[in-house]
Design a protein around this ligand. Structure first.
Ligand code: NG1
Ligand code: ZN
Length: 530
């Protein structure tokens, strides 16, 4: 009779490893899709181990490369409450992915079983989802082959957004408990979001919003979601061709708009109308508009964070809830003026290293933690205690009752597992309707400092070491002093350099009083890296 060892080795041999070193980074493994089959196979083994380590709870595997070009793909694990994989396990993923032979794959696998004392009677449960890329189905097959080899039948959700998969995982693990998150199905997801949205929007309306879906999975999913929404807003869906693989993230999508700070070329914007762009797996969203002079204005993650934070704080106060701590979490890429604005609102604001797991973690310190990366990836977390207080609070006046009911619906509208472009879209639409704000009114809360993001190819990005939430370099020696000297020459300037966690490059960010100065500073700092 064959043993697990035989099954794993035989199955692994169908997914030979490319001659390459892999690393589980900020977004899991991400690279050209043809290098990935062996990596995904081994991630499947890791997912099964992780599930057993978590007492047989469901663990998710998402196959996507988000905003990367169509030829790329990626894979990442989702922990039982819908969070990103706990950091200490990333190294096990890296080790498995780099095992030199099928025998070594099994050796590491069984070593982890021993190290964590994983009992054979705990059955692993794995769920998988993927984006619309051409390479995704074959990678799902690799994943299925791996978990089958260790006796697990995975649940395959097919083509879903990354945040949907996070939602399903949390629902599956909380079913039947007093903290059940929702029905673990696409319908359950749409139902949860739309019920909250429809309740919040009763009697309110918005002008239409046009949503560029990056020709990714967000398009079909948003189309389904809109069927559940009342007619308080009409959502115009664009760039939703998921059949032509080469169109994914090409000349459209949140990353294109944020990086180039311009409209997707396919969009002819009506002045003062609202536009939004999702990324390829719909976990990021940015808004934008053109003003009456046809000038483009970006409403990025920082603007969404400040909008959400001020709205929620107002609702909490209006509900009569006191001693409620709401904080905002940003990264070094947050515009300097957004940080000043949050401070002006009297709210605590902290800066963490790049990567949502850091922001998510910091946000847990508050009753309500609002976290967004400038690129539009973020969400709002309510602590268990805050949710309890909100649910038992007794309003003293009809006005308090109205605010409290809205606050309760807001906690349902927000996907609290991870940044979710569809949930964030509905949240922004609700807030703008409540405030009766046009996009320029929202924009006028503060003016972004002009900024520039550049990337530099370097021989070895690992030579760049940072401190102070990646705002300062400690290595290479002397480089930070040179950057500081350059920054000192510009008005309202700030610049930092950090190695990317997802690409083999070093990123340079600069902001300054004018566009010209920000661009010049970025170029000069980039030139230091040569
Ligand atoms: P890196 O490549 O580490 O800069 C990028 C984004 C992050 C985050 C991750 C994960 C920027 C400057 N960086 O990280 O914010 O979203 O990808 O996708 O946008
Ligand atoms: Zn994404």
């Amino acid at each position: 009779m064959s043993s697990t060892k035989d099954f794993v080795i035989a199955a692994s041999s169908a997914y030979p490893k490319a001659d390459q070193t892999f690393q589980y980074g900020t977004a899991g493994f991400r690279m050209k899709a043809d290098l990935l089959p062996s990596v995904v196979f081994r991630v499947g083994l890791l997912a099964a181990l992780r599930s057993r380590f978590k007492g047989g709870q469901y663990v998710g595997v998402m196959i996507t490369a988000s905003h990367n070009p169509p030829a790329d793909n990626g894979v990442k694990l989702v922990d039982p409450m819908g969070e990103m994989l706990e950091s200490s396990w990333e190294a096990y993923g890296t080790k498995l992915a780099n095992a030199a032979s099928d025998e070594e794959v099994y050796e590491y696998y069984s070593q982890l079983e021993k190290d964590f004392n994983l009992k054979p009677d705990v059955q692993a449960q794995v769920v998988v989802g993927c984006d619309t890329r051409e390479s995704s189905p074959a990678l799902v097959d690799a994943l299925v082959a791996a978990v089958n080899a260790v006796g697990v039948k995975p649940s395959d959700y097919g083509i879903v957004t990354t945040p949907q998969l996070h939602y399903f995982v949390r629902c599956l693990n909380t079913q039947g408990t007093d903290h059940a998150y929702g029905e673990p199905s696409p319908e359950g997801y749409f139902q949860k979001l739309s019920t909250a949205y429809n309740q919040l929007m009763a009697g309110k309306s918005n002008s239409p919003v046009t949503v560029d879906c990056a020709n990714g999975v967000g398009g079909p999913q948003l189309r389904l979601l809109t069927k559940y929404l009342n007619d308080s807003v009409s959502v115009v869906i664009t760039n939703d061709d998921t059949q032509t693989f080469s169109k994914l993230n090409s000349q459209c999508g949140a990353d294109y708009v944020k990086t180039n700070q311009r409209l997707p070329p396919s969009t002819t914007a009506q002045p003062l109308a609202r536009y939004a762009s999702l990324d390829g797996d719909a976990d990021r969203i940015v808004y934008y508009y053109t003003d009456s002079s046809n000038v483009f204005h970006l409403l990025d993650g920082d603007k969404i964070a400040t909008l959400a934070a001020s709205f929620i704080v107002d609702l909490v106060r209006a509900s009569g809830i006191t001693d409620f701590k709401l904080g905002v979490v940003q990264t070094a890429y947050a515009n300097g003026n957004s940080t000043k604005y949050i401070e002006k609102l009297g709210l605590p604001v902290v800066c963490t290293p790049t990567g949502v797991k850091h922001l998510h973690h910091a946000a847990l310190a508050y009753d309500c933690g609002v976290y967004f990366e400038a690129n539009g990836h973020g969400t709002v977390l309510f602590s268990t205690e805050a949710l309890r207080r909100i649910s038992v609070h007794e309003p003293n006046t009809p006005a308090e009752k109205t605010a409290l009911t809205s606050l309760q619906a807001v906690t349902e509208l927000i996907n609290q597992t991870v940044g979710d472009a569809l949930s964030d879209l509905l949240l922004v639409e609700v807030i703008l309707a409540y405030k009766a704000w046009s996009p320029d009114q929202w924009d006028s809360c503060y003016t972004d400092l002009p900024n520039k993001l550049e990337k530099a190819e370097v021989a070895d990005r690992n030579k760049y070491k940072t401190t102070d939430a990646e705002r300062k370099l400690t290595e290479p020696e002397g480089l930070q002093d040179q950057i500081d000297a350059l920054v000192g020459k510009y008005r309202s300037a700030r610049s930092f350099v950090r190695p990317s966690g997802t690409e083999n490059v070093v990123r340079v960010y600069a902001e300054a009083a004018t566009k010209g100065e920000a661009e010049e500073l970025a170029q000069k700092v980039k030139a230091l890296l040569k």
